[in-house]
Ligand binder design. Sequence first.
Ligand SMILES: Nc1nc(=O)c2c([nH]1)NC[C@@H]1CN(c3ccc(C(=O)N[C@@H](CCC(=O)O)C(=O)O)cc3)C=[N+]21
Length: 297
Amino acid sequence: MTADVIDGKAFAAGIRARVAEGVAAFKASQGFTPGLAVVLVGEDPASQVYVRNKHRQTLEAGMESFEHRLPADTPQADILALVEKLNADPAVNGILVQLPLPDHVDADLVINSVSADKDVDGFHISNVGRLGAGLKAMVPCTPLGSLMLLRDRHGSLSGMNAVVLGRSNIVGKPMAQLLLKDSCTVTIAHSRTKDIEAVCRGADILVAAVGRPEMVRGSWIRPGATVIDVGINRIETPEGKTRLVGDVHFAEAMEVAGAVTPVPGGVGPMTIACLLANTLTSAHRSVGLPDPEGLTA
Ligand SMILES: Nc1nc(=O)c2c([nH]1)NC[C@@H]1CN(c3ccc(C(=O)N[C@@H](CCC(=O)O)C(=O)O)cc3)C=[N+]21
């Protein structure tokens, strides 16, 4: 049996097209253009690619993109001052402070200095709490994008066994909250989980977000399961080049699963599409419009 490959790249293009329509309608009715501000401190190479793609796609969706690149040794107080300025700027509907931040910066402090309403990453403590409590929140982009792919494939997720591999604040925990909200039976597995392979094998939906190249083998996967691979790991090939692989052994997964997201071209593009979707959502909420259709959790 060969699994279906879930085309996140194509799905993300569809989301971006819907965001672009929403942005055009918003401009026409409100007379201003939604804007996304990105703050990048230092030169983390993984962040560079992401920031470049994001900037281009923000403009393509018809939104304003404000990039703030600061040197790696920027004092924390200067970063906080910039965030305050962006919080107060009516042209800015979404603020993303690129992670990781340099060691001399208290990342939690900076994240929580972003206005919760403009927190398009969904990392602010009040958005974390609101998601957990089932209230309207800004939802982290990678989990939101993963949820959209799952809903597209299955319609209702109600009653499905979902296993989330990884317990990070960025992906694992919010992913588990979203799956629970959609009435899955959710297990969060991690490095201390006993017989992790057997736990994963119980999953109708397996979301891998651990950052370990190809950790999930074919034997970990229930036949017919849907596998969402959040990992983006750059590894060396025997020829001395590098290539991107996920947290899932793709070839083995293809033999067992019902559907698998590839890396690249799976969850990654959905993350950026959802960032744009969240920025539009934030703009809507700022003027009291209902949330844009089909772009929220
Ligand atoms: N505050 C914050 N929010 C983030 O969401 C955030 C962050 N900081 N720091 C860095 C990571 C990384 N990240 C990616 C998003 C999309 C791709 C993506 O589109 N990847 C392409 C491939 C890109 C390539 O070829 O390298 C794909 O998977 O197809 C990658 C990485 C968001 N991050």
